[in-house]
Every structure is written in structure tokens, then in C-alpha cells.
Design a protein around this ligand. Structure first.
Ligand SMILES: [Zn+2]
Length: 209
């Protein structure tokens, strides 16, 4: 499969405008999903490589598109169904790519969401827990000093601590890191996927070894 596909699986996608041009799956699902579960199309789906290695988490909507295109198949499903033009499809919980993709680890995982997940929404300077909207990302070594945007140099930080730190190192600002930011590893990857999917029992056998 070509690199265009790889980009599709691994990068966050802008929301598709639905006005007048709604994809068939989405349009159908809107009417068939039980009203008490309006967010089923946004529910997380674990994506496995062809080798069953967990590689990513996507949304039901995207997973259904990959299945319809024939690049992935469902390995685990929920009890709910969505209906395409003429058949019912069980909502996937785990999908697997049908051909193997090589995925560079570092590039696929560095995102605000993942840094906040790693730090469990705890400001790494004051140690308090915040909601996602109350947190920002802090460059431990400021960008102006050559600090990189990397797993080792980005931490969750509340706005108060971020203001206090400004364009300084933690030492200069009299702040102390709760712990050294950990680099991204396969372990981090699995941990993040567990945090996202902790309510979905069907993910367990792919993520807990
Ligand atoms: Zn703080």
C-alpha cells in the first residue's frame, strides 16, 4: 500500500464537512445508532498492524472507512450495528490492517493529547491535576534556548506555572519537575493505548502481555 494511505491512518484528520456531502457510512449511522449512544462513531477503536501489533487508536467512523476500503478488517466488535447502503455492520472495537505497515514510532505519537495522557493531566511543576483545557505544554528547556518539541522536552503544565516559568529553565524559575519526562518507547505506546481503551475489555488481549 502506498504512503498516502499510511498518512491517513496515522495522522489526526480534520473533521469532514458534512453539509450536503456526507459520507454514506456517517449518514447511515446517524439514523441507526441508538439515541442513548450518540457518540458511537467517535468511540475509540484499536488499530493493529497485520502482525497484530497495536499501532494506533482511531475513531469508529475512520475504522469503518478503512474496512469499507478493504484495507482493514474487524477483529473485535461491539454489539451495536451501523448500516451501510444494504447491510448491517457491527461496530468495530479492534481492527487489523490487512497488509503490514512500517511505522516510525516517534513521529506517530507526539501530540498534545499524548503528552497530557503520559503525564496523566498532572502539571509537572505544581503536581496538581487539571482538566485538559486547563493545561498547556511546556518546553522544559525553552525553545529560545534550542529546546526541542520532543517527548523528553515537553511536559503538561498549568497556566499559572507556565506564566511563572516564562522563558526560563525550571532551575532559573525556582520550579522543580515532578519527574523527568520519559522518552517515547513501545512501552509508552502500549500504556497510552491502555489509558484510552481502559474501558474496552476487548482490547485487553492485544495490549496486556
Ligand atoms: Zn502548575
Amino acid at each position: 500500500m502506498d504512503s498516502r494511505y499510511k498518512a491517513n491512518v496515522l495522522r489526526p484528520r480534520p473533521r469532514i464537512s458534512v453539509a450536503g456531502n456526507r459520507p454514506a457510512v456517517e449518514a447511515a449511522a446517524k439514523t441507526d445508532v441508538a439515541p442513548r449512544r450518540p457518540s458511537v462513531m467517535q468511540a475509540p477503536v484499536l488499530v493493529l498492524n497485520a502482525t497484530f501489533e497495536p499501532i494506533n487508536v482511531t475513531a469508529v467512523r475512520r475504522a469503518l472507512v478503512l474496512m469499507l476500503k478493504g484495507v482493514a478488517q474487524a477483529e473485535e466488535t461491539q454489539t451495536a450495528n451501523v448500516h451501510s447502503a444494504n447491510k448491517a455492520v457491527a461496530v468495530p472495537s479492534v481492527i487489523r490492517l490487512l497488509s503490514y505497515r512500517h511505522i516510525p514510532q516517534q513521529s506517530r505519537a507526539l501530540s498534545r493529547k499524548n503528552i497530557l495522557l503520559r503525564d496523566r493531566n498532572i502539571c509537572q511543576f505544581c503536581g496538581r491535576t487539571f482538566s485538559t483545557s486547563e493545561l498547556t505544554l511546556d518546553h522544559v528547556l525553552p525553545r529560545s534556548r534550542g529546546g526541542r518539541s520532543s517527548w523528553e522536552n515537553l511536559v503538561a503544565c498549568c497556566y499559572a506555572c507556565n506564566n511563572r516559568k516564562g522563558d526560563r529553565t525550571p532551575e532559573e524559575a525556582g520550579l522543580q519537575l515532578a519527574r523527568r519526562p520519559r522518552p517515547f518507547t513501545l512501552h509508552t505506546s502500549r500504556q497510552l493505548m491502555r489509558l484510552i481503551g481502559h474501558k474496552d475489555e476487548k482490547w485487553r488481549k492485544y495490549l496486556f502481555y
